[in-house]
Design a protein around this ligand. Structure first.
Ligand code: WT7
Length: 673
């Protein structure tokens, strides 16, 4: 931007009329809505375009619409066809070539952004690092050289098992630069969970660290990584990042310290022109079977979708300081910490540790320290802070905040209001973004960049352009407005998963066979009279613990792998902070009796097998599990017992047992527990 333009822009910003708190009105469904249209259209990137026009065009001419969006990126070669749709497989921008690392770093170092801050990194112990775009560029190049020198090339899988340190995004971009496919495994997962993922992708290399900090303690990642290497035959080598400086065993010829490899690395590695359909990454998420699914995302469609949705939803600008509090190990971290913000040349904040360490104001201290303008977090975190009181955020100046976001689970209106008042100072709209690992990016969300409409606390709002959701009954017929049903998507979108790794049949079955011709999300929803979507939680056998996804079968497999457990069933219990917690019903095998000690052992076992997020909160030892005549566990009955509630209304969509059967099973189980 020229100096004059910058000055004019600054004056225009300063001169904009100050707006009072958005007005509060009552909507038809009895929840208050907030009208922030005045304030937001003022600061919008795309102020004149009305949401409805854009949305209508996106559905009337999806290929033209997405081609226009795709042109906002830089391509090495333009696509031949925007979409090849051979249901249920979609290929976007076929024939096009691009590179994610080029878009995230090279493009910026050729502009004034080269000296702009890319990453403000805050370590848990209080250390910090600031990386400019040119530093990021240099590091991504050097890391790419390290990978190449270890024999990693296009199409090879690399597992990244790292704490929240800058090396994690750098490795992701370095993989993307040479066309290697990264699989990030959340650093809270166990050795077994890591090895399962490494085996499934046939990872050639594992990148880990000597440790990471969490609530003042050191996570011993290298020990876990070593165990996983022993269980994963494909991984020949490992790279170890020094983070905590502890003394760790290194196996000669297999393990290499990153700093040693960097000392011999080249300074430049050309970004590989990759086909739009080349996989950018594989990320595992839980489903209804015991085995997590390797969700594969493409390079072209995924990046186009994220670049656009991010602009619409977070209205990102060059003076934004953007902080997504998720871990990079989840899709939120992939899209909303790494790829979308960096494509936009934003300055992002990345924090290593726990939100309450050393004190409950750690996050608010970070917001103040870096002048965060956009904060994106989960309802669980908000409810946790709400429980501790507004005196903690009140210790800090949070006036830099302009926009707030929520993701991962439904946000209850009470938490929404607390977030709005005590964090956003009643100034900032909240974007409640509904999406999934599989969708790659935001699907349903308020979008200040194009959609200055009233917000309804607890609703994710309207679909984004190009996204065609519908609420249907069990047969796939659309239900009337205001009625609960299953959320489905009617047509492919560019960020849609390109498949489940090595398992096209499972992909077809999990997403495209449940409802004819529709993408099945696994969520319940209601669409209200004004078209707003209200998300009502999962309709399948998937739990959401603190926003993290866990399959009941995955948990049950982990439980029965304990020698004392013969059979087990896991259900969710609703929790005021975490949304849901795990309750396990277990039948013990011959020679094992129930005891408190066994419960503790079982908890420790689940942590070891899956990870800390799989720790059951409640454990009940029972002698029988309620089952339908076809042998399916009656989860509703178990959930009612776990909640200490009556079975209540049993006529819901997922019921496969008769009312009488359910009641009988419930009474029996109540007596036994
Ligand atoms: C499931 C996807 C996508 C980022 C993190 C989670 C639930 C996600 C919302 C929201 C209500 C939400 C759904 C969805 N979910 N965002 N704003 N309101 N529910 O990714 O682990 O793939 O989980 O999270 O149940 O299906 P994920």
């Amino acid at each position: 931007m020229g100096r004059l333009a910058a000055l004019l822009w600054f004056l225009a910003r300063e001169a904009r009329p100050s707006v009072g708190p958005p007005c509060v009105v009552d909507s038809e469904i009895g929840i208050r809505t907030l009208d922030w249209s005045v304030s937001m259209s003022e600061r919008s990137y795309w102020p004149l375009k009305k949401y409805q026009d854009t949305y209508d065009r996106s559905l009337a001419d999806p290929e033209g619409f997405w081609a226009d969006e795709a042109r906002k990126l830089e391509w090495f070669r333009t696509w031949d066809r925007v979409l090849e749709w051979a249901p249920p497989f979609a290929r976007w921008f076929v024939g096009g070539q691009l590179n994610a690392s080029y878009l995230c770093v090279d493009r910026h170092v050729r502009s004034w952004r080269k000296s702009k801050v890319a990453i403000y990194w805050e370590g848990e112990p209080g250390d910090s690092r600031v990386l400019s775009y040119s530093t990021l560029y240099r590091e991504v190049n050097r890391y790419a050289s390290v990978l190449k020198r270890l024999g990693i090339g296009k199409g090879d899988a690399v597992a990244l098992y790292l704490p929240m340190i800058p090396e994690l995004p750098i490795f992701m971009l370095a993989c993307a630069r040479i066309g290697a496919v990264h699989t990030v495994v959340f650093s809270g997962f166990s050795a077994q969970a890591l090895a399962d993922r490494m085996n499934d992708v046939k990872a050639k290399l594992l990148v880990t660290a000597d440790g990471g900090y969490r609530r003042g303690r050191v996570l011993e990642l290298k020990a876990i990584a070593d165990e996983a290497m022993g269980l994963a035959a494909s991984a020949e080598r490992s790279i170890v990042v020094r983070r905590v400086g502890s003394d760790i065993p290194m196996r000669q010829g297999r393990d290499f310290f990153l700093h040693d490899l960097l000392a011999r690395a080249d300074l430049r590695v050309e970004p590989e022109p990759l086909e739009a359909t080349h996989p950018l990454y594989i990320l595992y998420t839980s489903g209804t079977t015991g085995k997590p699914k390797g969700i594969v995302h493409s390079t072209g469609g995924y990046l186009v979708f994220n670049c656009s949705t991010y602009r619409w939803v977070f209205d990102i600008r060059d003076d934004s300081v953007y902080w997504c509090t998720a871990d990079v190990g989840w899709v939120t971290g992939h899209s909303s910490i790494v790829y979308a913000p960096l494509m936009h040349g934003a300055s992002l904040v990345m924090y290593e540790g726990a939100p309450d360490y050393p004190r409950l104001d750690r996050w608010w201290d970070i917001v103040e320290k870096y002048g965060v303008t956009v904060l994106y977090t989960s309802p669980t975190a908000i409810r946790m802070f709400m429980g501790h009181g507004e005196q903690w955020p009140a210790l800090h100046d949070l006036s830099s905040l302009e926009l707030l976001g929520s993701v991962g689970e439904p946000i209850n209106p009470e938490a929404w209001r607390w977030y709005y008042e005590h964090i956003g100072g009643e100034r900032c709209p909240i974007v409640d973004t509904w999406w999934q690992t599989e969708t790659g990016g935001f699907m349903i969300s308020p979008a200040p960049g194009i959609q200055p409409l009233p917000l309804k606390p607890g609703s994710a709002g309207l679909p984004l352009p190009g996204v065609d959701p519908v609420v249907v009954d069990d047969e796939g017929n659309e239900v009337p407005r205001g009625e609960k049903g299953l959320l489905a998507i009617r047509r492919p979108w560019p960020g849609m998963l390109i498949g489940i790794h090595n398992n096209p049949e499972r992909y077809r079955k999990a997403y495209w066979e449940r409802l004819p011709g529709l993408y099945y999300t696994g969520d319940y929803a209601i669409r209200d009279e004004e078209g707003y979507f209200w998300l009502l939680g999962r309709a399948d056998e998937v739990l959401k613990v603190a926003g993290h996804r866990l399959g009941t079968l995955e948990l049950e497999n982990a439980a029965v792998s304990h020698p004392a457990v013969a059979e087990a069933a896991a259900v969710a219990r609703s929790d005021p902070v975490k949304g849901e917690t795990i309750v396990l019903f277990a039948i013990l095998g011959e020679g094992h009796g129930p005891s408190e000690q066994l419960k503790d052992e079982l908890r420790a076992h689940m942590r070891r097998v899956v990870g800390a997020i799989a720790t059951p909160e409640g454990i009940y030892f029972v002698t029988k599990l309620p089952k339908t005549s076809s042998g399916k566990i009656m989860r509703r009955v178990l959930a009612a017992v776990a909640a200490g509630a009556d079975v209540g209304d049993v006529s819901t969509l997922e019921d496969e047992a008769s009312v009488e059967e359910v009641r009988r099973a419930y009474e029996q189980l109540k007596k036994a527990v």
